[in-house]
Design a protein around this ligand. Structure first.
Ligand code: C2O
Ligand code: CU
Ligand code: CU
Length: 428
């Protein structure tokens, strides 16, 4: 914290080598280290500044995924950081407690930069929020889940010929660790799960069938915990879950075939048949006691009636509304402080998801899904949309206006985003 009370973070993007289970020489990128980056943490109401230095030999950017902030601080494709330079965005944290993340967003290179290892979590805390486990690294554990392939000393980001979704790895890393386990020493543990993979959709469950509670999604806490046995997350989505393993028990968090709903052929080439182990939980013979999980976690504000409706069609793996991303075209102009209804339809034959910068939306409905499905709960910034489905989003736009600097909306399957499946909006 500096003299005027601003919380300052220093991040340096750099090259290195990391042992990801294939020897010590795998060439990687990272932040303040050789693979992934530190967890940043700030409190609602705080002023923050991040000094982001690029020690790579390529231009990159750093985007704060899920953060409500001015467009010029967003770290999207319009805020390039040239090699050897430092970019220092600043803003006031003004949103509820949540699990957010950061990653590069250079147009055309996002997939490659994230795949090499540039990403990290950004946690927002809010004093007075519900007593969930919050001892970081003890009973509050970040899980950055990524699939990777290896080729010699390189991370292999090629994709199989029919894999329109992009790179699907056959090995799982959690926080950059292959074949990880977690020693559990308390009755309850909060896991903050981030799907930081380029293309893979996970359907998380435990091999023992152990139920768990979903307590948070992209934008923060759910109103009430939801008891489930499985939860699906597409790239960019987060979930906070609470597990209560019995003393002495062990459970493997794994991903079973996700419900992609794209048909036999597309499902298969999009990872729809894959089973992968993610993390083994090993509970100690005696567990420290934990506070009970409250039945009511928070009250989400009513968003009110939308003042405008927009239709967005995901028309192919390179286009939205039949257009490829154009850095010099503004696609949508939004009036500051208004709430809009966005009806987003997957009009292509393949899977996509949809992410909007700066906002946390409410999902009013999704074709073929009950409105109280746990995947639709809470406030979200990213949502999976299978072929032929329409999702209805109630989107509260913020008050940071800038007629000249756009925010992005896009498919978070990074190959699609890079290929043009992205649009730009300004808030005026
Ligand atoms: Cu996580 Cu526009 O990105
Ligand atoms: Cu984002
Ligand atoms: Cu897509």
């Amino acid at each position: 914290v500096d003299a005027d009370g601003t919380r300052v973070f220093d991040l340096t993007m750099q090259r290195g080598t990391t042992d990801l289970g294939h020897g010590p020489d795998t060439r990687t990128w990272g932040v303040n280290g050789s693979y992934l980056g530190p967890t940043l943490r700030a409190v609602r109401g705080e002023n923050v500044r991040v000094n982001v230095t690029n020690e790579l030999d390529e231009t990159s950017t750093m985007h704060w995924h899920g953060m409500h902030l001015p467009a010029a601080m967003d770290g999207g494709p319009h805020q390039p950081i040239e090699p050897g330079t430092t970019w220092s965005p600043y803003w006031t944290v003004d949103q509820p407690a949540a699990t957010l993340w950061y990653h590069p967003h250079l147009h055309g290179s996002t997939a490659a930069h994230v795949y090499r290892g540039v990403a990290g979590m950004f946690l927002i805390d809010e004093p007075g929020t519900s007593p969930l486990p919050h001892d970081y690294g003890v009973d509050d554990i970040p899980l950055i889940v990524q699939d990777r392939k290896f080729e010699g000393d390189q991370l292999d980001d090629s994709n199989a010929i029919f894999a329109d979704v992009g790179t699907l790895g056959d090995e799982i890393l959690v926080n950059g660790t292959p074949r990880p386990f977690l020693d559990v020493g308390t009755e309850t543990v909060r896991l903050r799960v981030l799907n930081a993979s380029n293309a893979r959709v996970y359907n998380f469950s435990f091999d023992t069938g152990m139920p768990f509670l979903v307590v948070g999604s992209d934008g923060g806490l759910l109103e009430e915990p939801q008891a489930v046995r499985s939860l699906q997350l597409s790239p960019g989505e987060r979930a906070e879950i609470v597990v209560r393993p019995e003393a002495g028990s062990s459970h493997v968090l794994r991903s079973t075939p996700p419900e992609l709903k794209a048909g036999f052929f597309q499902d298969r080439f999009s990872g729809g048949d894959d089973r992968l182990d993610v993390l083994e939980l090993r509970a100690a013979p005696v567990l420290g006691s934990s506070a009970a999980i409250p039945e009511k976690l928070t009250t989400l504000p009513e968003l009110g009636e939308p003042s405008n409706t927009r239709r967005i069609d995901l028309t192919s793996s390179t286009t939205i509304n039949d257009r490829e991303m154009d850095m010099s075209r503004i696609d949508e102009v939004i009036v500051a402080g208004t709430t809009e209804l966005w009806e987003v339809t997957n009009a292509s034959g393949t899977i996509h998801n949809f992410h909007i910068h700066d906002v946390q939306f409410e999902i009013l409905g999704m074709t073929g899904m009950s409105p109280d499905h746990p995947s639709l709960a809470g406030r979200k910034d990213t949502v999976f949309i299978p072929p032929a489905a329409t999702v209805r989003l109630l989107v509260p736009f913020g008050s940071h206006t800038d007629p000249a600097m756009p925010y992005m909306y896009h498919c978070h399957l990074l190959k699609h985003e890079d290929a043009g499946m992205m649009g730009q909006f300004v808030v005026v």
